[in-house]
Every structure is written in structure tokens, then in C-alpha cells.
Design a binder for this molecule. Structure first.
Ligand code: PLP
Length: 419
């Protein structure tokens, strides 16, 4: 039989190079992780061939008895993982889960409050270039510029003034706990629906390492591929609401924003949720937070400013606005030393989102490959070495880059991602 290398050598080589890159470089992008071999294997199954519009037991196509097993397993495991009474495992990704919530619970033109993208929110929480910002009247909330912490008093003041239909909790770049109870109280004061997008911290929540939004929120969305370490995908969860509310959400996913579900991915979600229910997953998530704190401490010792003064989760933002280089420069220099991060706006960033004055780093991926505190501290020092070198001459810069790249590659070799 024809191999991919025979049939499509260009593509086969790209996969091979990507395998090498993932093994040899350290991955500090806070939203990335390495799915397990079982999660990857089932996505390569015959489930990919099956159309299954509808929900288990109520499909529009015949022959769904086996994919129904997969979806039911995913549903039951996800409910157990987050102790909730209703879930939808069909969203193709986080953005689709969020689109379904907008469609189900708000009308175009409604006022919706979400966290400012430039201060840690996500595109789908109301950025003008996203459907959310185009179809809804978005009122952003943000951080106290002095502390880097969410300003709940200001959030409440804005909510009372604008009376939003929905209040969105959740973030892509905030390193502290969010006060879900306070946000629910604010939502209740103005009769708003409280929706939490826990995409970044879902794994930590499942393991009890981050406050669970489900007891407070009317509805919760998430991705499955970040800290939760599953396949790329989205989910919606809720607890204690009525059947009509759940029916609205189900019909917003299908037929509202999607057609046929990706059954091979839903099966992979079922595998990932089973993995997440095991005690080892709790140990992993605890280590993710411990590693992030260890990295933040080294960065601060070395004179780098961490927004909000530290981290309580898997990520942190390094504020480089006092430096003579940009977030984009830092990102490129680190990538050159095989340390993958992303440039990120910091609170009150004077630069555009394409340039920025910060970088975001996170520990889910390095922790999956077995880095503990010692490795993370070492890594933070190397990261500082590369950034320090941006303030000296280009010859020294190259020397530091070469040295760090070799150290990174050696460390990675001792901790292979896929054995
Ligand atoms: N919500 C949050 C908070 C995110 O950080 C992200 C992705 O970064 C998403 C939603 C979107 O997820 P996806 O990229 O799967 O559409």
C-alpha cells in the first residue's frame, strides 16, 4: 500500500519536521499541550467517515449506533469530570462553542460585557473583527492599571450603567484566580446571564487547582486542547438550569452554527476525559501551577516584570514595556533559541497587537513532557539570558542564542514528548 511519503513527499516531510520541532523545542505557548498517543490514535479511526447530524438516539442519518456509544461516553465522562448535569460535546472548537452561546442566549444588537482583548480577553468575547463584536454591542471590562488585577468595582459600575444581556467571565491571558461569585453577583444585579469561558483553565478546574465556575455560571464553555490536554475541540457545560435552557443551547450548536459533528474528535474527547478522571491528571495539574510559580519567581529575581506580580495558574505575562525592544522582538529571539512563546499585549500597551510590549508564557506543555521545578527554573534563566542579550551587541546575542539552543535541545532530549 502507498505510504504518505510515497504519495505526497512534501507533506510527509512537513509532518516529520513538525515532529522534530515539537521534540526539540520547548513549548511555552500557554494554550498548547501534547495530546496523548491514545487521543491522537482514535482521531485516526473510521469514525471520521460517519455523518451523525443530531444527538445520540435522535440522528438524521442511519448507522449511528457506534458513534452514539462514543458521544454518550464523552457526555457522561465530561459530566462526571466537572460535576454538572448537562453538556454538549459537539462544538468543533472553542470559537464554535462561543458562537452557539451567543446564538442561544442573546439577540444581535444586545449589549454584552466581556474582558478587553488587550487586557486578557479572547477574540470571541467581543473583538470588533470577530462575529461577536460585529453583531453585539460589546462593553469591555478590564484591569486596574496599577495592580494588573481585575477591577470588579469598575466592572460593577459599567454593568449598572450599561445593563448587559450577558456578562462573560474567562480569559486568554490572566494569571490570577477570577472571582466567579462576585461576577455572578454583578450579573444578578442587572439580570444578566453569567457565562464563563474556562478554555485556558479547564484542566486546572477539573483537577481542583482553579476555582470551578460551574456552581456560579449559567453556562460554561471551553476548549478541550489546552490544559485539558485532549484533541482540538470545544464543549459547553451547565448545571442547575431548566430543560428549555439546555434545549436552546443544543439547537444553537446543531443546527444553529454547525452541521455534522466530528465523530472522530468526539471519540478522542471521550478518551481525554477518561484520562482526566484519573488521579495522575490531578498530580499533573498541580505540577503545572507549581512550575508556573517557579518560572515567575526566577523572572522576577532577574528583574523582569510579571503582570499582577505573579501567577496562580498555568500562565503569566511578562511586561517588557520598559525595555528597548518589543514583544515581537522578544518572541523572535526566543524562537531562534528554540523557546516557543507568543507576543502579547500588556495592560495599557502603547504598541499594536502585531508588535506588543509583552510575551505570554505557560507551563502545560513542558509539564506534560516531564519538566519539574528544577527544569522550569533552568528554562526561565535561559529565557532571561536570551532577553538580556537583546540589550547588548549582536555578536554576544548570537553566542547566547547558540548556547541556549544547545541547552534547550539537550534538556528536551532528556524529556521526549512521545517516547
Ligand atoms: N476561548 C478562549 C478563552 C481562548 O483562549 C480560545 C483560544 O485561544 C478560544 C476560546 C478559542 O478556541 P479555538 O481556537 O478552539 O476556537
Amino acid at each position: 500500500s502507498l505510504t504518505l511519503a510515497d504519495f505526497d513527499p512534501e507533506l510527509a516531510q512537513a509532518v516529520q519536521h513538525e515532529e522534530r520541532r515539537q521534540e526539540d523545542h520547548v513549548e511555552l505557548i500557554a494554550s498548547e499541550n501534547y495530546a496523548s498517543p491514545l487521543v491522537m490514535a482514535i482521531q485516526n479511526s473510521v469514525f471520521t467517515n460517519k455523518y451523525a447530524e443530531g444527538y445520540p438516539g435522535k440522528r438524521y442519518y442511519s448507522g449511528c449506533e457506534n458513534v452514539d456509544v462514543a458521544e454518550r461516553l464523552a457526555i457522561e465522562r465530561l459530566k462526571a469530570l466537572f460535576d454538572c448535569d448537562w453538556v454538549n460535546v459537539q462544538p468543533h472548537a472553542g470559537a464554535q462553542a462561543n458562537a452557539a452561546v451567543f446564538l442561544a442566549l442573546a439577540r444581535p444588537g444586545d449589549t454584552v460585557m466581556g474582558m478587553n482583548l488587550a487586557q486578557g480577553g479572547h477574540l470571541t468575547h467581543g473583538n470588533p473583527s470577530n462575529f461577536s463584536g460585529r453583531h453585539y454591542k460589546i462593553v469591555p471590562y478590564g484591569l486596574n492599571p496599577d495592580t494588573g488585577l481585575i477591577d470588579y468595582d469598575e466592572m460593577e459600575r459599567i454593568a449598572l450603567q450599561t445593563r448587559p444581556r450577558m456578562l462573560i467571565g474567562g480569559f486568554s491571558a490572566y494569571s490570577r484566580h477570577k472571582d466567579w461569585a462576585r461576577m455572578r453577583a454583578i450579573a444578578d444585579k442587572v439580570g444578566a446571564i453569567f457565562w464563563v469561558d474556562m478554555a485556558h483553565v479547564a484542566g486546572l478546574v477539573a483537577a481542583g487547582e482553579y476555582p470551578n465556575p460551574l456552581p456560579h455560571a449559567h453556562v460554561v464553555t471551553s476548549t478541550t486542547h489546552k490544559t485539558l490536554r485532549g484533541p482540538r475541540g470545544g464543549i459547553i457545560l451547565a448545571k442547575g438550569q431548566d430543560e428549555d435552557f439546555y434545549r436552546k443551547l443544543d439547537s444553537a450548536v446543531f443546527p444553529g452554527v454547525q452541521g455534522g459533528p466530528l465523530m472522530h474528535v468526539i471519540a478522542a474527547k471521550a478518551v481525554a476525559f477518561k484520562e482526566a478522571l484519573r488521579p495522575e491528571f490531578k498530580t499533573y495539574q498541580r505540577q503545572v501551577v507549581t512550575n508556573a510559580r517557579a518560572m515567575a519567581a526566577v523572572l522576577q529575581q532577574r528583574g523582569y516584570r510579571v503582570v499582577s506580580g505573579g501567577t496562580d495558574n498555568h500562565l503569566m505575562l511578562i511586561d517588557l514595556s520598559a525595555k528597548p525592544y518589543t514583544g515581537k522582538d522578544a518572541d523572535a529571539a526566543l524562537a531562534d533559541a528554540w523557546i516557543t512563546t507568543n507576543k502579547n499585549s500588556v495592560p495599557n500597551d502603547p504598541r499594536s497587537p502585531f508588535v506588543t510590549s509583552g510575551i505570554r508564557i505557560g507551563t502545560p506543555a513542558v509539564t506534560t513532557r516531564g519538566f519539574g521545578v528544577a527544569e522550569c527554573e533552568q528554562l526561565a534563566h535561559w529565557l532571561c539570558d536570551v532577553l538580556d542579550a537583546l540589550e547588548i551587541g549582536s555578536d554576544e546575542r548570537t553566542t547566547v542564542r547558540d548556547r541556549v539552543r544547545e541547552q534547550v535541545a539537550n534538556l528536551c532530549r532528556r524529556h521526549p514528548v512521545y517516547k
